[in-house]
Design a protein around this ligand. Structure first.
Ligand SMILES: [Zn+2]
Length: 129
């Protein structure tokens, strides 16, 4: 019976994990790409939901998600209490806020509100005259 040489064993030990890692990363990338396309399709169906009172731009955007990680926040609250407070405040500073994608103003209101409709009408009247 033929014995297996160390070279073959080394090759198997190296090739199998690399092949598994490659296959897993490829599958993971494909999953992320599919999720990204689904998110984009859902985003595209949104109406123009925001109106900027500074520049009059109508745009759609999603609320800014919280920064950082809940796990880190919990760990800081348990282990380093003052740092937990600072981290919690930092995480929530910009969460949920919407700023104009053109002029970065935070004077953004829903596009279907009477003030936004009146603002749009006044801009169009100013353009026509
Ligand atoms: Zn603006």
């Amino acid at each position: 019976m033929e014995s297996i040489t160390p070279g073959v064993v080394l090759l198997i030990i190296l090739v199998i994990p690399v092949a598994l890692m490659w296959a897993f990363s490829k599958r993971n990338r494909t999953g992320q790409e599919i999720q990204r396309q689904k998110d984009q399709a859902a985003f595209d169906t949104l109406p123009y939901s925001n109106h900027c009172m500074t520049c009059g731009n109508d745009f759609k955007t999603l609320p800014v998600p919280q920064r950082g990680s809940s796990l880190v926040e919990l760990a800081l609250w348990i282990m380093i209490f003052p740092a937990g407070i600072v981290y919690s405040v930092w995480r929530r500073q910009k969460a949920g806020k919407i700023t104009c994608i053109v002029c970065k103003s935070d004077a953004v209101i829903p596009a279907i509100s009477p003030a936004a409709i009146a603002h749009t009408a006044s801009i169009q009247a100013a353009i026509r005259s």
